[in-house]
Design a protein around this ligand. Sequence first.
Ligand SMILES: Nc1ncnc2c1ncn2[C@@H]1O[C@H](COP(=O)(O)OP(=O)(O)O)[C@@H](O)[C@H]1O
Ligand SMILES: O=P(O)(O)O[C@H]1O[C@H](CO)[C@@H](O[C@H]2O[C@H](CO)[C@@H](O)[C@H](O)[C@H]2O)[C@H](O)[C@H]1O
Length: 461
Amino acid sequence: MTETDTTRLHGLAGLDERLRDWLPGQRWFGGKGREIRDVELVSVTPLVGGDPAMYHLVAAVHQDGFTDRYQLLLGVRRYLPHRLLHCGIGEIEAGHAYDAAHDSEMTRWVLERLHEGATVGPLRFHRLENADFRTDLASLVMGVEQSNTSMVFGDQLILKMFRKLMPGVNPDLELTLALAAAGSPHVADPYAWYEMTVGGETTTLGMLQRFLHTATDGWELAITSVRDLYAEADLHPDEVGGDFAPEAFRLGMATAEVHHDLAATLPTATVGGVELAALAEAMTHRLRQAAEAVPELAPYAPALQTAFTDLAALEQPVPVQRIHGDYHLGQVLRTPTGWVLTDFEGEPTRPLAERRALHSPIKDVAGMLRSFDYAARHLLADHAGQPEQEQLEYRAVEWAERNRTAFCDGYAEAAGSDPREQAVLLRAFETDKVVYEVMYEARNRPSWLPIPLSAAQRLAG
Ligand SMILES: Nc1ncnc2c1ncn2[C@@H]1O[C@H](COP(=O)(O)OP(=O)(O)O)[C@@H](O)[C@H]1O
Ligand SMILES: O=P(O)(O)O[C@H]1O[C@H](CO)[C@@H](O[C@H]2O[C@H](CO)[C@@H](O)[C@H](O)[C@H]2O)[C@H](O)[C@H]1O
């Protein structure tokens, strides 16, 4: 870190070294596996003075060949209480630095500013007209694996703090606001957001929404159904109590309805030969990169490539629009009344311009179809090499097929057109997603790598 006057003034000297060690261990840190050259504080905003103190930081992390910016709520205390030891960053000049997103005493400050619609230094807070919420609630960070950090206040509010900052409006905020304005029942009510200017552009830092405390996420529901099936390995998926297909059907309908509302409220277009060739080229490039990075993918690459060649050769124009972009079972919540979609950010590793661009809705369909495969297969690892392995694998394929079919049936019923009729698009997007997953698992969860690799084998025929 270049020790600027600002850092010295705030007693933050030494923070650079501490952040260098601490950042790679954070789930949301995107630059894992590459050495950090240095960390530079590009924005330091004092929020709360005294002991404890709190700062809003934007840290530029320089790694070989590129720089990413991350957002932090930095707490500094003379003594770090036991309850905050797990989020300690290390000792700096002014005391113990820690991640204040985990400190309920401090996060309330953010809630209050959101409610006021305040401006604090470069930070601009906005509350939606008619949105009202309590500001005296204690927060807890969600205990799930995340690309960002979400704080739940009481059981009423959820504040998602975007970690990796890309200059521009975050599509999660943009699409959530658009769907709420369209009256969609498939999105949690947005209440407020905060932003600042980064790289000359208004950049979303966080979004507050209604917390759906009675909801269960689609992944949990799906794997409960798969567990049920594995417990009765001699029964078919439609014969066990926890059959998921009716839910998959309703999820297909909800997905089509969201696509309809996005197309009705945000721009749409059609793309033809040149754009499809460029898309196929980008997919091919990703495949090449992934096959180099993950040698286990390489044997399937030539056969997978044909999905992209077919895409480039498509003759009819393809409708495009804003879509979810990183659609899977972990992004949908089943409330007592229906499915709600979350996290419209797109794939966190892709550039913002690409995530905000118009895409075929078939990309989302392909994403969810992949997720059924994941849900069916991820428990198989526990049975590897055991006698029941083959039988369970057979059941896994049946479960995935049944739910993939139900999802497409539901989508077709609500959309009036069947996504399976777009076979070339569907295969190309599924293949591209598998390639993305291979990279994602290799970087984040190597023990899950066999899941997308088995799909690569299947798609390669
Ligand atoms: N409004 C909400 N109510 C209840 N749970 C939510 C809500 N929004 C998101 N979640 C849950 O929070 C978790 C993380 O949210 P998500 O937006 O996917 O974050 P990330 O982009 O960091 O992955 C998910 O498990 C999701 O189910
Ligand atoms: O939810 P995020 O925006 O952080 O998405 C990333 O993480 C997901 C994993 O949590 C990853 O999804 C992959 O694993 C899921 C099971 O955990 C599975 O349902 C998905 O089909 C699979 O792609 C997602 O790709 C990644 O962007």
